[in-house]
Design a protein around this ligand. Structure first.
Ligand code: CA
Ligand code: CA
Length: 223
């Protein structure tokens, strides 16, 4: 009776499929303000796709923002700067909401004295009316899932292109009338990773287990 139950469980195993994940990772790099085409293989695993997961990893290092106050009054404020990353494709429909990444450096409070006598309208380095902030190495990761209605373009024996778009940004709060220069960080390294989750029936493994159990039962009957 017990062996019959075990046999039923193993038989069930023949029809239950095994989940599998296939991962592809393609790197990008460049100076912000770039779009880089990344080539991926379509899903050709012979199973049933259950999910398509798209991840963007963006890392930037360095960059800087500098201020020179040309006004006579002292000025205060703050700034953030870094890189923004997003994905686009003419071949496949990407996840919604979109997969976007953003690296952030923050200056914290910026306090500048009034113009210290340098030329107004000309960015001048140095003095108490000047400040420079350098960026660190910062990163961000975002993941999204493709809608099941859009799986068809991801399936087949060919390839498709996903474009990584990376741009520098800076956001200054306060510091009205203060001149600034911004140097975009180097994104350094980044990648887009696409993971296919599928269900692949594995009858051979279940069959082997079944055969082994049958052999065991036969041996027990003989003894
Ligand atoms: Ca000045
Ligand atoms: Ca100055």
């Amino acid at each position: 009776m017990v062996t019959a139950r075990v046999l039923a469980v193993v038989l069930l195993g023949c029809v239950v499929s095994w989940g599998d994940i296939t991962t592809q990772q393609v790197a990008f790099s460049g100076t912000p303000g770039f779009s880089q085409n990344l080539l991926f293989n379509q899903y050709n695993g012979g199973g049933v796709l259950t999910a398509i997961e798209i991840t963007m990893f963006l890392q930037s290092s360095g960059g800087s923002i500098a201020f020179d106050n040309d006004g006579s009054a002292a000025a205060t404020g703050s700034a953030t700067f870094g890189t923004n990353g997003d994905l686009s494709s003419g071949d496949v429909v990407l996840p919604a909401p979109p997969v976007t990444t953003s690296t952030t450096n923050s200056t914290g409070p910026v306090s500048l004295s009034g113009n210290d006598g340098d030329l107004v309208g000309q960015f001048d380095v140095g003095g108490p009316d000047y400040a420079l902030f350098s960026g660190a190495t910062v990163s961000d990761t975002a993941t999204g899932f493709v809608s099941a209605v859009d799986f068809a373009a991801y399936t087949g024996a060919g390839t498709y292109t996903v474009t990584a778009n990376v741009n520098g940004y800076n956001l200054i709060v306060g510091l009205g009338g203060v001149g600034s220069t911004f140097l975009s960080p180097d994104p350094g390294s980044g990648y887009v990773e696409i993971r296919y989750h599928d269900n692949v029936p594995e009858p051979s493994a279940a069959l082997l287990a079944l055969l082994g159990l049958s052999g065991l039962m036969l041996r027990r009957r003989r003894s």
